[in-house]
Design a protein around this ligand. Structure first.
Ligand code: ADP
Ligand code: MG
Length: 447
């Protein structure tokens, strides 16, 4: 792969922004895709693993192909989630730094539609959209996509399986002779049939290293736990990753809320994201995660598709996903742009058989992660407890009389003596609860 972006036909202003972004050479999917999109007339299917640069593979050619003198919307990029839409919009804006006449709009749901309607009154060449909001705008006659000659479906398999009705409504609005480009890291068999419904007869398919589904840079591991120790094992793992960024995937919104609450109680720098939170909250959490203000994102599969955050060093599957492909997308949030990553799946012993099915289906192997022993979990919980106390803010509503009485009790103790007593008290209580947990675990084993 010795080619440069210029060899692929990318124009100078785009080369300049790529240099700013430190994209020194095209990735393989970019090298294979860009000339076809730029110089041929066919529909296109691009298959490449997670984190290999598919956004630029379609984004750069589109920015170049757009007729800047034509004031109508010429390209529609459809994505399954608002977060991904926002990310792709931001990517396109940075690619287009030196193409000031290109006008790009993000029209994703969850935020007020009025400003978007206003925005669309000025000339727009390219829109990034989630289907629901785009349909809403079409119904209000606030957008005209009848002249759009390019349609991109990013995360195409998800678009076609989960969002098919909306997609069909949008496709009806677009000209018949448009070009359609699909991009995905996973294209299950049944979807292949559907692709035929959306594409012309002349489809060029490019796939890069798709023989094995799993991304090479990812170390897949699993750990077997009893339900009662699950949170402790997770917190021990998270403490070992302090200062690193990771995403923890849960199966349901309720599970996300519960885990996020537990992590917050234990003072982990974390935030939750799922579909029932309001968009401003979702946006704020994503921003804080991207900016590194929070290190741990607890999420449903909402965050599994397409999200690209630099230096995510690990992903945890707190629940096994239902579908094999979901595992690929979740673990694909780490090891992006050539980096390495770690994907830990937390299992109960009944699920080990299922894990073997994942291995077979995805062509990956899971190594067993050595679970922390009881003593180091105990120690970790103690440290979390101490940090929790350290981070507790003084309660100013406590009456001075009450505070005085407490003071009198501790009055003669030095700080060291007080710490020793408090620790001893903690250990006494935690030993009781550990004994209880161990009994539960034993009785589970004997069942
Ligand atoms: P995909 O859609 O294939 O999962 P993205 O388009 O989100 O991947 O890109 C993954 C990461 O790789 C992004 O952080 C992006 O900035 C980076 N990237 C993309 N192309 C290049 C390149 N040619 N050189 C260096 N980094 C790149
Ligand atoms: Mg992508």
């Amino acid at each position: 792969m010795l080619k440069q972006f210029s060899d692929l036909g990318i124009i100078a202003p785009l080369q300049k922004s790529l240099a700013d972004l430190k994209f020194s050479k095209p990735t393989e999917i970019q090298e294979k895709t860009i000339p076809i999109l730029l110089f041929q007339k066919d529909d296109f299917v691009g298959l490449a693993k997670t984190g290999t640069g598919k956004t630029a593979a379609f984004g750069l050619p589109l920015l170049q192909l757009i007729d800047k003198d034509n004031k109508s919307i010429q390209a529609v990029i459809l994505v399954p989630t608002r977060e991904l839409g926002q990310q792709i919009y931001t990517n396109l804006i940075s690619f287009a730094t030196y193409l000031p006449t290109v006008s790009i709009a993000s029209i994703c749901g969850g935020i007020s539609i009025k400003p978007q309607m206003e925005r669309l009154k000025s000339d727009t060449h390219l829109v990034v959209a989630t289907p629901g909001r785009l349909i809403d705008l079409i119904k209000r006659n606030a957008i005209n996509i009848k002249n759009a000659n390019y349609l991109v479906l990013d995360e195409a398999d998800e678009m076609i399986s989960s969002l098919k009705d909306g997609l069909d409504e949008i496709v009806k609005e677009l000209p018949k002779n448009k070009r359609t480009f699909l991009f995905t890291a996973t294209l299950p068999g049944t979807i292949k049939q559907l692709v035929q419904n959306y594409m012309s007869k002349h489809v060029i398919q490019v796939s890069v290293e798709m023989e094995t589904v799993g991304h090479q840079g990812i170390d897949h591991q699993f750990v077997v736990v009893e339900p009662i120790e699950k949170l402790d094992v997770l917190m021990h793992f998270l403490a070992s990753k302090e200062g690193e960024r990771g995403i923890i995937f849960c199966k349901t919104k309720a599970a996300v809320n519960k885990l996020a609450k537990n992590l917050a109680i234990n003072k982990f720098s974390s935030g939750a994201i799922h579909g029932s939170l309001t968009q401003p909250i979702r946006d704020r959490i994503m921003e804080q995660f991207r900016a590194g203000y929070i290190n741990i994102l607890v999420a449903t599969d909402l965050a599994a598709r397409g999200i690209d955050v630099k230096e995510i060093s690990y992903v945890v599957n707190y629940h096994l996903p239902d579908v094999y492909d979901t595992y690929v997308h979740r673990s694909g949030r780490t090891a992006r742009a050539g980096a390495n990553g770690f994907s830990l799946t937390v299992l109960q012993k009944e699920e080990i058989e299922e894990l073997k099915d994942f291995e077979k289906a995805l062509g990956i192997t899971f190594k067993e992660f050595k679970k922390a022993d009881a003593q180091s979990i105990e120690e970790n919980n103690g440290l979390l407890w101490a940090k929790k106390i350290f981070k507790t803010k003084p309660n100013h509503t406590v009456s001075p009389e009450f505070k005085n009485k407490i003071h009198t009790i501790f009055h003669h103790l030095t700080k060291e003596e007080l710490i020793e007593k408090v620790v001893a008290n903690y250990l006494l209580q935690s030993t009781n609860s550990t004994n209880l947990k161990e009994e539960v675990i034993k009785s589970n084993k004997n069942r």
